[in-house]
Design a protein around this ligand. Structure first.
Ligand code: HAM
Length: 438
């Protein structure tokens, strides 16, 4: 017996498969914006000497445990980790600094005095999805390897700042801090541990558990109780050694010279353990709510050595592409107006697909042409072009074929004229496509 329509619908509904929570399709309008942000980064960062690196998405789990830190939120509860068929533990990269460091050592990139690398791509963290926070998200990042000067920190922050400004984001705030180094951090940690132990019963479970191993995390815990309890906690800046003080002072001075306004926030400690000295975050108040950090980074002078490489000081950052795409105006993306080409009849169709025909000529001149292969009447094909949001329609019919003309319709003004094919191509491709009018 046949199924009733209602039953068919029900069956279809149960069979439809949706994307995984926190994993999003990036549809064309957003994708155009992503591509624009990536190509602008590629262009702009190259002006500062950066080259692109493309890295695997999967790495050995150990890489992230050893670099990001065993007691960080990322490693404790946000990694997509599984065993492969041979039982090796692998992890979808939650960030790319550790993979860049691994690639730097493995490929002996340290033979060059300075290596400046940038990357674009997806990262994965099992976080609670909300606006601006996803489980698969994208970063554009940059890492400078082999420079220990605070001027390098300042120049890299200035590059990021100028890039964000170029994308048209106005309300940016830069917060900086110094987390000290192997020399001075232990004294700060000890003092903070003592302070937190006295307040232990006022802290959340997570912070209580981390008092001994990772007390710094308590300083940027989001819980209101922890914020209150740690309001008078010792400041990292009070414990910096001379070298770290000098580094931080130089950085502030250089940022001032570069006209990049920075505020010192001594509670900003970052969620990854590899930082030394400079740490920073850039936020925007353009409607991102709680997830308002669009970029963050800092210095990590011991990471390469900790991973078995030579001693190489490093500095870097990563931008959250989804967050940025929520605050960048889509209008910044250069538009290539769509031309729909309608060939009426078989001869016109043949003409349209010739290698020297009008469609190929338009494309050779960078115009974006969608050939309408449907075979309805002109009226229905014009309606189709309208639904495709064409800016222009070119119609090649029997009459046009006879005298070497083509009909060009401007879909915005509604104006239409039959003109020489060559003239149509010139009008549509003379570099002022948007202004081309009949
Ligand atoms: P991070 O602060 O973990 O640093 O991430 C950098 C940026 O990625 C954040 O400021 C945010 O814009 C974005 N982001 C992070 N998690 C998510 C998420 N779940 N959904 C959407 N966007 C997110 C790092 O990843 C370091 N590797 C940065 C770095 C490079 N430090 C030195 N070099």
């Amino acid at each position: 017996m046949g199924l009733s329509l209602r039953k068919i619908c029900k069956v279809k509904k149960t069979m439809s498969i949706t994307a995984i929570r926190g994993f999003n399709d990036i549809l064309p309008a957003r994708s155009r914006l992503f591509s624009h942000m990536e190509s602008e980064a590629r262009r702009f960062f190259s002006l500062y000497g950066f080259d692109e690196i493309r890295l695997p998405i999967l790495e050995k789990t150990e890489l992230f445990k050893r670099t990001i830190g065993d007691t960080t939120d990322i490693v404790e509860k946000q990694m997509y980790t599984f065993s492969d068929l041979k039982g090796e533990s692998l992890t979808l990269r939650p960030e790319a600094t550790a993979p860049v460091a691994r690639a730097f050592i493995e490929n002996k990139l340290y033979t060059s005095p300075v290596t400046k690398l940038f990357y674009c791509g997806p990262m994965f963290r099992y976080e609670r999805p909300q606006k601006g926070r996803y489980r698969q998200f994208h970063q554009i990042g940059a890492e400078v390897m082999g420079e220990d000067s605070p001027l390098s920190d300042a120049e890299t922050i200035e590059m990021l700042w100028s890039y964000l400004k170029e994308l048209g984001i106005e309300s940016l705030e830069l917060e900086i801090n110094s987390l000290g180094c192997g020399e001075c951090r232990p004294a700060f940690k000890e003092s903070l541990t003592g302070f937190l132990s006295n307040k232990s019963d006022l802290l959340c479970d997570n912070c209580q558990r981390r008092i001994e191993k990772n007390p710094l995390r308590a300083l940027d815990c989001k819980s209101a109780h922890c914020k209150d309890a740690t309001a008078k906690a010792p400041s990292t800046l009070d414990f910096l050694c001379t070298s770290c003080v000098e580094h931080f002072d130089f950085l502030k001075e250089a940022l001032g010279r570069m006209e990049v306004p920075a505020t010192v926030n001594t509670r900003m400690v970052r969620g990854l353990d590899y930082y030394t000295k400079t740490a920073f975050e850039i936020t925007t108040n353009e409607g991102l709510g709680a997830q308002n950090a669009v970029a963050a980074g800092g210095r990590y002078d011991s990471l390469i050595k900790d991973l078995g490489g030579p001693e190489v000081p490093c500095f870097g950052f990563a931008i959250g592409v989804e967050r940025l795409s929520l605050v960048v105006d889509e209008a910044v993306v250069p538009d290539n107006p769509l031309i729909v080409f309608i060939a009426m009849g078989e001869e016109a169709e043949r003409h349209a697909s010739k290698s020297q025909g009008p469609v190929a000529a338009l494309r050779r001149n960078q115009a974006s042409v969608l050939v309408d292969f449907s075979r309805g009447n002109l009226k229905s094909r014009m309606k189709r072009a309208d639904r495709l949001k064409a800016s222009y329609v070119l119609i090649l019919g029997e009459d046009e074929l006879k005298d070497g003309t083509i009909t060009l319709k401007d879909m915005n003004s509604g104006e239409q004229a039959r003109i020489d094919v060559e003239e149509a191509i010139i009008r549509l491709t003379d570099g002022s496509l948007q202004e081309a009018r009949l």
